[in-house]
Design a protein around this ligand. Sequence first.
Ligand SMILES: [Zn+2]
Ligand SMILES: [Zn+2]
Length: 223
Amino acid sequence: MLSNFNSTDIDLKYIHHLNLKEDYHVHCNYNDHSEPDLTIRNVVKRAEDIGLCTLAFTEHVRSTSSWIQDYLNEIDLFNKNPKIRIIAGFEAKILKDGSIDCSKKYSNKYLVIASFHNSFNDKKIWMNALQKAIENPDVDIIGHLAPEPAFKVERNEIELLASIIADKKKIVEINAKYHRPPADWIHVFKSRGVKFQLGSDAHALRDVGQFDRISDLISLVDK
Ligand SMILES: [Zn+2]
Ligand SMILES: [Zn+2]
């Protein structure tokens, strides 16, 4: 059986100082746009080869996804790996009403990254949806958070978000694929006691555990 995940399982000593050997956001070929060789087996092998100690599979999910049990069963085959802590989870889209596109059956049991994958083009709707996602007890990590080009998020609004994130004990991901969140947001989050984790958001084997392109953001968190 896969062990149930909740955010208190995350080793807090690594949150104040980002651990480059932990990747909390990796895809695999259960979606339709990763490279075909991004199998769960290959990802685990790759993670072993580069010396990762934590690997979270967080495949794109929808509430209608039909492959979920196969995906969980396949990850379970590797769960006894003595070298790497392997976590089963999902990346769920934040919807306009602030709910996440993932069945409760899975979201309350596994690691959940909540991310924006659509532009809302309306700050009020965006802020409201984000706040609801942060307050959702099933959400563990806020993925690749950044403002939309259509509007500007003011300093006091970033501070408000930071306070809610810290209060709800959610983790903000430092995302390598999108180089997010913006540096000034990280400053505000950090000042409010928000915790961070690393996510490569790998859609190809070569990107698993690769954080070089966000070394500037990592040094902001660690300094
Ligand atoms: Zn995403
Ligand atoms: Zn992703």
